[in-house]
Design a protein around this ligand. Sequence first.
Ligand code: ADP
Ligand code: MG
Length: 346
Amino acid sequence: MLEVQNLSIEYTTEDGVLKAVDDVSFNLQRGESLGIVGESGCGKTTVAKALLRLLPENGAISGGRVLFHGENLVGKSPDHMRRIRHSKIALVSQSAMNSLNPVYTVGHQIREGILAHSNIGRHAAHARCVEVFGMVGLEEKRLSSYPHQLSGGMKQRAIIAMALSLEPDIIVADEPTTALDVVVQGRILQRIRAIQRQISTSMIFITHDISVVSEICERIIVMYGGKIMEQADSASFFRAPYHPYSLGLQNAFPSITDITGEELVSIPGTPPNLMQEQPGCRFQERCPFATSQCRSRTPPLVKVKSNHHAACWYTDQVNDFRTRARNRDTWEAVRTRIEQQETPQQ
Ligand SMILES: Nc1ncnc2c1ncn2[C@@H]1O[C@H](COP(=O)(O)OP(=O)(O)O)[C@@H](O)[C@H]1O
Ligand SMILES: [Mg+2]
């Protein structure tokens, strides 16, 4: 259904050109749910916006193709894209809650959307509103509420209902629950998962929280510094991730880590500056296992198992890495290394 091939995206800024996404490729099948995971700034939202051709003025696709049902969306007219966005690929974002119009009831807004983009009548449109509200677990009477009468969680569910109402082929959900409290988040995620099973809509679910992906996605992409570090079936990935960055992310999110009784271990340091073209692996500065090879040569994404790829030179040493990554000292050593590099020698 969707085939992203060698997608690269740049932002032009006062300080120069920033390569936000570099040579990203993936497929999405009908009915499939794909998670894109990575820390803030690694290019997730940029990918989402590029798929929908919603990049800001200073952003541009500098290479690659986005095939939707075999048709390349890169280079399509704004009009064509507007139609696709409304009825074929829907975006649900963190800030979507604020896009509800305060002057109209949510039911009105969803119904008008349906009427504008399909040829069904008022009656059927209303029935569809009731149906999608049911799917996201909102009572029918809430259709006549104004946005300010709804809690954050309800508003976000109304937005998801709105996306579902046009029966898109793909829903792109960009951190849809990040602004909500953990309990509400969990409930909405369970809903999304149930809907996912119920209908054949495909989904791209973007989040910085790797444990969320384990709950709702069949496949996962781990991004770092604008590149794909690891790509796999979720079952295979969560049983045994291969990339050191993935190992670090697992430690940072509690529900799937097995560091028992210990507090979370975050990955020391910060993501790379994408303004500077750098040789080698993007993660090498923060990687506990980096060697001189990692600093000079960029590792390609290679197959490590069926439906499982990783971009690391040392996938053959992963058993050792997994053991060491569970040890807090491994990451503390990275912290010390980074601090020493930052302190100028006296
Ligand atoms: N409009 C913009 N202009 C310049 N740089 C941007 C713009 N939007 C995002 N970026 C940069 O692009 C990179 C990727 O950002 P983004 O896609 O938002 O990451 P994520 O969604 O993973 O947090 C970051 O370095 C970010 O600072
Ligand atoms: Mg983002």
